[in-house]
Design a protein around this ligand. Structure first.
Ligand code: 13P
Length: 330
């Protein structure tokens, strides 16, 4: 058993309490390789932002649990070396079973998500409660989910979304004892969050997605005052990166994300954790494609992963400063 404290990590408790009070959201960035992790830490230290490092089931399979745990240890030491001790959480994204959550808790994760949102309500309650009872013995915080997001993320996928029903949230939180709640108000996973039919087009032909359901968020906030709320599927899918990918040989079609102004607004509410993965994939892919197109003779991975890391860092800093408002809050 490795305690998260041995790795220099913290749980989400104090982080979320401060974020709800301060009207900002903590960035939850997914990672599965060294360049992503370096970029996240560099950006969060430079902007003095707390951060949640997220690992999905797919990332665990790809990168190996031992390596990920030691990367998190490296991240806390690297942050100190860069001169700023920011609070860092290691979080399991979309835990699909009690066993997966337990394995992560036993391996130094300071926070886990148990995603029982696709189960019938009572099963979701029972599973979430079981994870909470185990996690809390070790000071690990737990995120549950009510409502289903559409889209694809690693092995997590759903064709349709179901908004969170505000009438269920008090019962769910009190029966399970979760520390935070992921809700569905119109965000979704991936780089194609809406079909063109669900969007309108502006004068330049750019797809404009339907707005988030702030009315549902407000109702939930009224029912659970001050309780930490989480938004998944919150990449903005910047056109700058989509265009760059397509310009250099990619084939992304009808990509559309959540407008940053809406995420800025959500960050000022009880939403205190915002999950971003696809934007990082896009930024990295765009830069790697650019280098390959412009320097076809290049075959040193540092020569294309290095520029990708620099672009990622720039993007994370922008999110912390201009979108989530977490800059300066470490
Ligand atoms: P995006 O696909 O919008 O980046 O969402 C990531 C996410 O929610 C991870 O849980």
């Amino acid at each position: 058993m490795t305690s998260y404290k041995e790795l220099g990590l913290v749980n989400t408790k104090e982080m979320f309490a401060k974020a709800v009070k301060g009207g900002y959201a903590i960035p939850a960035y997914n990672f599965n390789n060294m360049e992503q992790l370096q970029a996240i830490i560099m950006a969060c230290v430079e902007t003095k932002s707390p951060v949640i490092l997220q690992v999905s089931k797919g990332a665990r399979d790809y990168a190996n649990m031992n390596i990920l745990r030691n990367m998190a240890r490296g991240a806390t030491e690297y942050a100190k070396e860069l001169g700023c001790e920011i609070p860092i959480v290691l979080h399991l994204d979309h835990g699909d079973s009690f066993e997966t959550c337990k394995e992560c808790i036993d391996n130094g994760f300071s926070s886990v998500m148990i995603d029982g949102s696709h189960f019938p309500y009572d099963e979701n309650v029972a599973l979430t409660k079981k994870v909470v009872e185990y996690a809390h013995q070790f000071g690990v915080t737990v995120e549950g989910e009510l409502g289903v997001l559409a889209g694809i993320e690693d092995e997590v996928s759903s064709a349709v979304s179901h908004y969170t029903q505000p009438s269920e949230v008090i019962d769910f939180v009190s029966k399970t004892g979760v520390d935070s709640l992921a809700i569905s108000i119109g965000t979704s996973h991936g780089a194609n969050k809406f079909t063109p039919e669900q969007c309108t087009r502006n004068a330049e032909g750019i797809l404009i997605p339907p707005p988030l359901r702030f009315d549902i968020l407000e109702e939930i906030e009224k029912k659970l005052p001050g309780f930490p709320i989480v938004l998944h599927g919150s990449s903005s899918v910047p056109m700058e990166y989509v265009n760059m990918i397509n310009e250099y040989g990619g084939k992304l079609k009808d990509s559309v994300g959540i407008p940053e102004e809406q995420l800025r607004l959500a960050s000022k509410s009880a939403v205190c954790k915002i999950n971003i993965d696809s934007d990082a994939r896009l930024a990295m892919t765009a830069m790697v494609r650019k280098v390959f197109a412009e320097k076809p003779g290049e075959f040193d991975p540092r020569k294309y992963l290095g520029p990708a890391r620099a672009e990622l860092k720039k993007m994370y800093m922008h999110k912390n400063i201009d979108v989530l408002g977490s800059a300066g809050q470490a």
